[in-house]
Write a protein that binds this ligand. Structure first.
Ligand code: GLU
Length: 317
């Protein structure tokens, strides 16, 4: 049987400059695609229009190129641009399919109701939804609608979703107990990441998802949505996260370790790529290397599961 060509994606949220953690997963996603002779898509996940800026999209593209990475489709590559903020029609259509399966309900809960101290909390810190609006009568819904615009929530079944992650191994989750009914569209009309990512991966033919381990716990939800929508399941590789010296996870809020600061400090792309490749387990020592030189060395077997502690030296560079 002929294997289908690998289609991967780099799907940043343009709410800030790329940081080391983004660069680490971007490099691995790119190597995985390029070592298989596959196609790479750039998708800008700018659903949250209040936080995302077009200027960051351009910077992300520039930083991605500076790292020595390239892509075939999306952004400024020519052809479709794949800004999620312009793709509402596809998310709406998927929502209608789910509506037709009687899985959705309006949720009027306020932020403070959702985060009440009494609410059980999930491993990622989010509150498990208590089901307050799950069984409202039509009259109650009509009454509440007069006061507040609802979010749209999906009813999850009492089911375990299990899958094998290409890096982290077996992972399973009881949807009702460990995830709970989740939001697909916010009360301000913005579609949720969980829905958009599933719809877009399928429409763009993505069959391989490489991203940070922080999204491992989103995957059962996404697998279940794919099932409900009749979409294929991509294979998943969740890569370790990078932590700063004081134990916090590197994020866009840590301006000091974004690629802008590193570039301004005179760090060469080969130096950074060599360091990232060493953390990933692809090189024994952090010696300078161009991203394309890593293609023949790449194998998922070499990539470890352990999170990476970034030494101060790199941050200070
Ligand atoms: N946009 C997400 C992020 O930047 C990644 C989503 C994904 O890869 O599924 O964290």
């Amino acid at each position: 049987m002929k294997e289908e060509p690998v289609v991967g994606r780099f799907a940043p949220s343009p709410s800030g400059r790329m940081h080391l953690g983004n660069a680490f997963s971007a490099l691995l996603a790119w190597l995985s695609v390029r070592s298989a002779g596959g196609r790479m898509i750039l998708r800008l996940e700018d659903l949250d229009t209040a936080r995302c800026k077009r200027a960051y999209c351009d910077q992300i593209e520039a930083d991605y190129r500076w790292l020595g990475l390239d892509w075939d489709e999306g952004g400024s590559a020519g052809g479709p641009q794949y800004y999620q903020s312009s793709r509402s029609e596809y998310y709406r259509a998927a929502l209608e399919v789910l509506e037709g399966q009687d899985l959705l309900y309006p949720c009027f809960c306020t932020r403070s109701e959702l985060h009440a101290a009494s609410a059980p909390h999930l491993s990622d810190g989010a509150a498990l939804y208590a089901g307050t609006c799950r069984n409202l009568t039509a009259a109650e819904v009509a009454e509440k609608r007069r006061l507040r615009r609802p979010a749209t929530r999906i009813r999850v079944p009492e089911r375990e979703i299990a899958f094998r992650d290409g890096v982290m191994g077996a992972y399973r989750e009881q949807l009702a107990e460990q995830c709970g009914d989740f939001i697909l569209r916010r009360s301000d009309g913005i579609y949720a990441y969980q829905l958009a990512v599933v719809v877009d991966d399928a429409l763009m033919g993505v069959n391989q998802v490489v991203r940070g381990r922080d999204l491992l716990s989103s995957t059962p939800r996404q697998l279940w949505l794919q099932e409900r929508l009749g979409l294929p399941h991509p294979t998943y590789y969740h890569v370790p996260l990078l932590y700063g010296g004081d134990g916090h996870r590197l994020s866009k809020r840590q301006q000091d370790v974004d690629l802008g600061a590193l570039r301004a400090a005179g760090v060469r792309p080969e130096t950074l790529v060599g360091q990232l490749a060493c953390w990933a387990g692809l090189l024994e020592r952090p010696e300078p290397v161009a991203a394309r030189e890593l293609i023949p060395l790449f194998s998922w077997d070499k990539v470890g599961r352990t999170d990476i502690l970034v030494p101060e030296r790199v941050i200070d560079h």
